[in-house]
Design a protein around this ligand. Sequence first.
Ligand code: FNR
Length: 185
Amino acid sequence: AEVKIAVLVGSLRKGSHNKALAHALEKLAAGKARFEYVQIGDLPLYDQDFDKDYPAQGVRLKQQIRDADAVLFVTPEYNRSIPGVLKNTIDLGSRPYGDSAFAGKPAAVVGASIGVIGTALAQQHLRNVLAYLDMPVLGQPEVFLHFKDGLIDEAGNIANEGTQKFLQGFIDRFLAWIATHGSQH
Ligand code: FNR
């Protein structure tokens, strides 16, 4: 069966470069993996009182993660870290204590930024969080995309051939990673 990847994009805006990147990666994975975009914009701000009676959006989020074979994080960098919406999603999906939806799920991290460091610092923060959540995270290749006009064409494909090859390599490595580290839980 086709591999199912839950995709968490850490930007809510319509014109998000990271959303565009996620869709371009989806095209490169066509026929090999199915991308399930997880809705994160309507999630309540995590509150530890939820643990007694989890909100429906939190239950939905955790089910979507559990239904997937792996999780792909596509993150912008906000103030040298990950956006609050993404952290909130992770917090909500990881609780109540002992019932995290993320534990053991293979994961990968990518990101695009208009700044030259291409989300490197945000990704480093995120990797720290994912280590704590006991997710086996693909180490290489790292994808720090410096987003420039024309990187993704009007059809939603990566325009530059070298970048496309690089991202194809990333997808193939991630799929191999999922095959190796999947079904642990
Ligand atoms: C940014 N941006 C940014 N870029 C970066 O490379 N490093 C950073 O630390 C920050 N910090 C930051 C904070 C906040 C609050 C905003 C709104 C933006 C710029 C950011 O890379 C740019 O807005 C991207 O376009 C955001 O990603 P999406 O929405 O296009 O996916």
